[in-house]
Design a protein around this ligand. Structure first.
Ligand code: F6R
Length: 593
């Protein structure tokens, strides 16, 4: 969603901010803007559209060492110039960029700002004017503390003050914000990958924190104004490995990175055949009477395999919850549940809200994430890195495979059973390499034959149905074809009415117990005009199947069948000419409710 970058230091702030905003493009946005110190003034450049356009309209002729920038993903107000950030206060003294949502902005407007003019429909413009309102009676720092006492909602804010032009004010509540140090300056950003490459130390703001950055000095405090010590962490080089290389799209690069991700997981999480997992995590799970997975989207679909592993291997009852549903419901809890949150970004607000809710009830929380510097990582009792390295394409691919692999390792460690998991994961990485090397032509042909369809259905049972759910999400989000997945037994209970002549129905057949029945269900759809396709595992395949995947252990089949479905989605979207890495209406990390 929205992205923030600010810089203060010895270098050209404009280039650092624009470069940082480019690195945040993957999060999804519709407008961009930048405010820069120019001698005793602040210059603002902003518009709807891409960073490339922002670079074209930004003046590069003056020296500037301080500024703030923003990419906007519209929540309040349409996509246009006026609603783009930065926003400026009525007397033109304060300039602000904002990520998040202010829930009570209308009330603030009514209570305090009835004399103010508003030029945008955003909640953010209210904040900048409220700062101006209080600044008339007190210093900027006090005005900011007064403002945060009035705000309800989520916000990461960077503020410039024309009367303190050597300073950036930062505020964080519920929306990510990080501060990075390099030898020549300080960068503040909503994601680590927006930092310039020479940042070597950083910290991640806790909620309800204000930082005042003046020259090379950072003063961090809470909302009461009490100063807080800063614990900086080191940054690893892998953090910055976000280049597209020779690939046309990040999505294909990330699909093809999956064997490497699996090998990294094997290296990091195995010592010979034994799983290397912190004993405290194992004990915490063994001490619980039920595991509750909580996640959204792709991470939720990956969690279904977590349920499978923990129930099958460890005999622990496990349930998967949609995070956004748990925010507003209170399902009956067992005596000693443990929660496992799964999130690629670690910044999904619905997950964060649920974490806070259950943390307050003293339940133990584990997070599986690709971002060990994230809010979710900070909130959890125990952390497992899924080791996928930055995922830039909005459509998740490698984080699905990585999360499932980590879940299998964790379940094996908890069960303490002898299994062949390490070899089996190794085999999976080899088979994904084979899929990439050998199956592209058949996947491309299949993509060509479904690319003009009005609707597509995936069917399967059990594991194959869960794979279908994620496969359908992938296809719909980047191809914009209406796609759904059904447990194949459910077709006859209603959905089969949607089958028209030529409707593609893709059956996934990787499980022995359900192979024949899924094939029969597909035949029923074909008898009503569907164009059937079968993706199968070699040992269960028929020669006429459309895509036959070399064998892997059946319980790890999602790690290979999903790769085929990811590639299918990719090529369908490619043939339809879509913006694959930044599909319309979507954002990479969903930091609003
Ligand atoms: C789909 C996709 C989303 C995310 C979901 C959760 O390709 O990327 O469905 O999986 O928004 O995001 P994380 O895993 O960051 O919590």
């Amino acid at each position: 969603m929205c992205g923030i970058v600010g810089y203060i230091g010895a270098k050209d702030a404009r280039s650092i901010i624009l470069e940082g905003l480019k690195n945040l493009e993957y999060r999804g946005y519709d407008s961009a803007g930048i405010a820069l110190k120019n001698a005793n003034d602040i210059k603002i450049y902003k518009d709807k559209g891409r960073i490339k356009h922002l670079c074209e309209i930004t003046d590069f002729t003056f020296d500037t060492n301080l500024g703030i920038g923003h990419t906007r993903w519209a929540t309040h107000g349409i996509v246009n110039y006026d609603n783009s950030h930065p926003h400026i206060s009525n007397n033109k003294r304060f300039v602000l960029v904002h990520n998040g949502v202010i829930e009570n902005y209308k009330k603030i407007k009514y209570d305090y700002l009835s004399d103010y003019n508003f030029y945008s429909q955003t909640d953010s413009e209210v904040i900048v004017n409220l700062i101006e309102f209080y600044s008339k009676k007190m210093c900027t720092e006090s005005a900011i503390r007064k403002v945060v006492s009035k705000l309800e909602g989520s916000y990461a804010l960077l503020i410039m003050d024309k009367e303190n032009l050597d300073t950036i004010y930062c505020i964080k509540n519920k929306t990510p914000l990080l501060l990075g140090l390099s030898n020549d300056g300080i960068t503040i950003a909503s994601d680590i990958i927006a930092f310039p490459k020479d940042v070597n130390k950083y910290f991640s703001f806790d909620d309800q924190r204000i930082a005042i950055i003046k020259n090379n000095d950072v003063k961090l405090m809470d909302y009461m104004g009490f100063e807080i010590d800063i614990n900086y962490k080191d940054i690893s080089l892998d953090t910055y490995n976000v280049s597209k290389g020779d690939y046309e799209h990040y999505m294909l690069k990330e699909i093809e990175e999956q064997p490497t991700v699996l090998r990294r997981i094997i290296t990091n999480y195995f010592n010979y055949d034994d799983c290397v997992i912190d004993k405290k995590i194992i004990d915490a799970i063994l001490d619980s009477d039920k595991i509750n997975f909580v996640a959204c989207g792709t991470s939720l679909y990956a969690s279904f395999m977590g349920k499978y592993f923990f129930e099958k291997l460890c005999g622990i009852p496990t349930e998967c919850f949609v995070a956004s549903e748990l925010v507003y419901s209170n399902p009956l809890m067992t005596k000693k549940p443990i929660f496992i949150f799964v999130s690629q970004s670690g910044e999904t607000l619905d997950c964060i809200t649920v974490m806070k809710k259950y943390k307050a009830q003293n339940y133990k929380l584990i997070t599986l994430t690709n971002n060990t510097a994230s809010t979710m990582a900070n909130l959890s009792d125990y952390l497992l890195d899924i080791c996928a390295n930055p995922e830039i394409s909005v459509a998740s691919t490698k984080s699905y495979v990585a999360s499932i692999a980590i879940m299998s390792v964790l379940a094996k460690a908890v069960s303490n059973k002898k299994t062949n998991l390490k070899n089996n994961l190794n085999r999976v990485s080899i088979v994904i390499d084979q899929i990439i090397a050998d199956l592209k032509p058949v996947i491309k042909n299949m993509a060509k034959s479904i690319k003009d369809s009005k609707a597509v259905f995936y069917i399967g049972r059990g594991i194959d149905y869960w794979v279908g759910l994620e496969a359908a999400l992938k296809l719909k989000e980047i191809s914009y074809i209406h796609t759904d997945a059904y447990s194949s037994g459910e077709l006859k209970h209603g959905t089969i009415a949607l089958i028209e002549k030529g409707t593609p129905v893709i059956a996934i057949c990787t499980q022995e117990g359900t192979n024949s029945i899924v094939r029969s269900n597909l035949a029923e759809a074909e008898a009503r005009g569907a164009k059937g396709y079968i993706i199968s595992l070699e040992s269960l395949s028929y020669s006429e199947d459309d895509i036959i995947i070399p064998n892997v252990a059946h319980y790890l089949s999602p790690l290979v069948s999903q790769v085929v479905c990811q590639m299918l989605a990719y090529y369908v979207a490619l043939y339809r000419g879509n913006d694959i890495d930044k599909p319309k209406n979507l954002a990479k990390s969903v930091t609003v409710e």
